[in-house]
Design a protein around this ligand. Sequence first.
Ligand code: UT7
Length: 330
Amino acid sequence: MNTKRIARIIGSGSYLPEKVLTNKELESMVETSDEWIVTRTGIKERRVAGENEYTSTMGIKAAKEAIENCNIDPEKLDLVIVATCTPDYLFPSTGALIQKEIGAVNAAAFDLQAACSGYIFALSIAKSYIESGFYKNILIVASEKISSIVDYEDRNTCVLFGDGASASVVSFEGKGLEIRDVSLGTDGNQSDLLILPGGGSRIPSSEQSLKDKQHFLKMEGREVFKHAVRLMEVAANECLSSAGIEGRDLAWLVPHQANIRIISAIAKRFALKEENVYKTVHKYGNTSASGVAIALDELVRTKEVAKGENVLLVAFGAGLTWGASLLTQN
Ligand code: UT7
């Protein structure tokens, strides 16, 4: 008898703030145009958190939906991992804030910071803990209020990002998407390309740091673009070859939702048809760690992912970090 434990995503949920920020509205804020944004990025609109919405509150809404989706008792959760680079506070963790509100009284909780790749990094932890028998039920929340670190006077970045949250319950029992393989990577040599310089221990917030706008994210877009395509291809290939399958065996590719041109370049490299690539970038923009998780949640709710079908997640972000995960419905 095969007694190997299998980690599966058995429940999922998402939350997108109501407020829509359109390209037209951005035209009145910075020197840009709907035409430029759509042709260069594929983004038509994005969501931004309301005044009383934070990474934790959005994450709580997504988490409650995921818990309800698989009907698990929150007291059965052993761990809450929150993938975010926009935590409510540096400490306590956003994980602790979410753990309290969802009634996961028996769960440990922490935040995981791998920028846009955070959800895939979290999947690797959930898989390992569950397969080793260390934990049985784990909640992953990927939530970002990127609007809190975006400079709405910087046209290079403000048109790209949006807010949102998604959550997955990963369990040792039940039906769902098996986490077959995960592949991760980091290149700290490229850490300057996408950075939030202020507010940490190196440049604590001060009058000067605010004046210098160090509390806003900075990105060298063109450079990041080049690395994004190359490194997501590396991650996807590593993950597929470790699982012994090829691009043509995929029913769905769910890539990081940063730029439609990056998504198309990746799809091309794996000879995938556009209709097999799940996209949300046009309506939500780049929501960092939550992007790939929101897209996956939408995919499983709106399309029939049949038994035996393979879904490949692939993401890329500041660090630089990258990761891919192969999921199989069973
Ligand atoms: O999630 C983390 C990962 N992040 C990413 O994956 C982002 C990767 N990078 C990108 O998606 C693209 O590089 C951008 C969308 C950020 C930029 O597109 P691009 O085709 O690489 O444009 P560019 O940076 O080469 O800039 C072209 C021109 C520049 O003008 P000059 O220097 O040629 O005169 C920019 O100043 O476009 C200008 N520009 C804009 N014009 C109108 C930059 N932003 C804007 C804007 N509206 N919003």
